[in-house]
Ligand binder design. Structure first.
Ligand code: TYD
Length: 140
């Protein structure tokens, strides 16, 4: 059985002699309406970001420039992706613990999110995350 709570996918890449363009359109290339976008940059070497899960939020991660590693875990499955192309995204559904590390120099981590910022949507403790996913499985 394969993990279903995340998926790597390709965004359109429009190539011409003047350079490439990638379009991110909510509800079209990304399967939710985009309520928020943010980007992480100027990351000092060795930094580890994220280390949390979300209860409702859906997100797409991609590397606008440089590269970084995205580690994902849903309580049963885990997988890690090296993101290094501005046209390759990873869709992450709710209930997934994520850690981002291994940033190259000049890396820019771009994130598109389905909801506006809400601190109460975060699960910031790993033990709490494990209890949360266990309760979600029990509820099914
Ligand atoms: P955090 O989610 O902890 O960053 P990361 O996932 O990269 O480790 O956010 C860092 C800080 O920024 C924290 O104080 C919350 C704030 N923040 C906002 O105000 N709005 C946002 O949309 C995000 C993502 C973070």
């Amino acid at each position: 059985m394969k993990a279903a709570r995340w998926k790597r996918f390709e965004l359109p890449k429009i190539t011409d002699v003047r350079g490439n363009m990638t379009v991110v359109e909510g509800g079209e290339y990304v399967p939710f309406e985009i309520a928020r976008a943010y980007y992480i940059y100027d990351v000092p070497s060795g930094s580890v970001r994220a280390g949390h899960a979300h209860k409702q939020l859906r997100q797409v991660f991609l590397a606008l420039s440089g590269s970084f590693s995205l580690h994902l875990e849903d309580g049963r499955f885990s997988e890690h992706f090296t993101l290094n192309r501005p046209h390759t995204g990873v869709l992450v559904e709710p209930g997934v613990w994520r850690v981002i590390d291994n940033f190259s120099g000049g890396a820019v981590c771009m994130v598109f999110a389905s909801l506006r910022y809400d601190a109460s949507d975060y699960i910031r403790s790993y033990d709490e995350f494990l209890a949360y996913v266990a309760s979600q499985h029990e509820a099914k």
